[in-house]
Design a protein around this ligand. Structure first.
Ligand code: GLY
Length: 355
């Protein structure tokens, strides 16, 4: 079973990501540090019926006292009102700082539960059990936790590392095909920005059915790449921005289509192909790279074209508001080849012209 260590030095944090098929029903030994403690398991209305009993049984076996809190499924749950629901539930359970909060679900549950854990009593112990591919390869690793504000996504957040991440690839069997595709978009991203060998392996393992039998290895590779970025730049002031490859356009697409229309990983898929084309236009990305990325994403059944209903003007205006924007320029991640990248400041006019 792969184990990936994560070290976030600025936060004096070190933890392991355990990855395995069926791990959820065999994780009691890893939960031993919570013997004698309360464990608030936060799930949503999809994951609670599927996995909560299994996880709570393992917690009891480990000597912990679990309690389940179930939130509604969906992005709208990531809001201050549901955060207050969590604080109330923690208070009702008389949770203390020695107890643990466990997120059992996808990115929404991981993000809101992590933010609640970071802020309740100035921080309680936190464990991530991600159940979507996107959460397993990205949001559960690296400590970014947040809720949305009515004026924007993830505007209220913190960096708060979990002390353990448990990834059971068997949970992916219950995901629908779009959710798997969205996760694969982020998997391809790691190959693009940091690992040519991973990219080549993914090309050999397409269509996606060929990838499924080795998904635990691939997830481990993605987590190891992310762990490297987190170790170097835990607070996202520099090199960690490379993880945002394809995201400048993706955020504008998500915004332009209305949040929830495109899944995040689907928007990233379109964003990565566009960013590779921009790189080719700028003479930074070798020609043919965009086509190679497009072919792989298409083989994984992901969209790669900007929807026709969105204009270059509206997308460029939206990209100018990106969180990575610096004054008049948008810091855009551009590939120098498959497996390596750099940040390039681009004006909204340059972006509009290349769309
Ligand atoms: N999802 C990008 C990051 O964690 O930095």
């Amino acid at each position: 079973m792969p184990i990936v260590p994560v070290c976030a030095p600025a936060q004096e944090s070190r933890y392991d990501i355990h990855i395995g098929h069926g791990l959820l029903s065999a994780c009691a030994p890893l939960l031993a540090p919570y013997a004698g403690r309360k464990a608030a398991v936060v799930a949503d209305s999809n994951t609670a019926p599927l996995y909560a009993d299994t996880l709570m049984a393992q917690l009891r076996m480990a000597g912990a006292q679990p309690a389940l809190i179930t939130l509604p499924a969906g992005e709208t749950t990531k809001c201050p009102e549901q955060l207050a629901v969590l604080y109330d539930a923690f208070l009702d359970l008389r949770l203390t700082r020695k107890d643990v909060v466990i997120a059992l679900g996808g990115g929404v549950i991981g993000d809101i539960t992590g933010y609640a854990a970071a802020t309740y009593m100035r921080g309680v112990r936190f464990v991530q059990v991600p159940t979507t591919l996107l959460a397993q390869v990205d949001s559960s690793v690296g400590g970014k936790v947040a809720v949305n504000h009515p004026r924007g996504k993830n505007l209220l957040g913190a960096f708060y590392q979990p002390e353990l991440v448990l990834i059971d690839c068997a949970t992916l069997a219950t995901l629908d095909t779009r959710q798997i595709g969205a996760g694969l978009g982020e998997v391809v991203k790691y190959g693009c920005i940091a690992d040519e060998a991973l990219f080549t392996k993914l090309e050999a393992l397409s269509p996606r059915e060929a990838l499924m039998p080795v998904l635990d290895e691939v997830i481990a590779r993605c987590c190891a790449i992310k762990a490297r970025y987190v170790a170097e730049d835990p607070h996202d002031h520099g090199v960690r921005m490379q993880l945002n490859y394809g995201h400048t356009l993706a955020h504008a697409l998500e915004n332009g289509m209305g949040y929830g229309t495109l899944l995040h990983g689907e928007a990233v898929s379109i964003g990565m192909v566009s960013a590779a084309r921009w790189g080719e236009t700028l003479g930074i990305t070798p020609s043919g790279t965009a086509e190679r990325i497009r072919a792989l994403l298409t083989a994984y059944q992901l969209m790669t074209d900007v929807p026709e209903c969105l204009t270059a003007e509206s997308l460029a205006a939206s990209m100018a508001l990106d969180k990575k924007a610096d004054g008049a320029k948008v810091n855009t991640v551009i590939l120098t080849k498959i497996g390596a990248c750099t940040g390039v400041p681009l004006t909204p006019d340059q972006l509009r012209a290349m769309l």
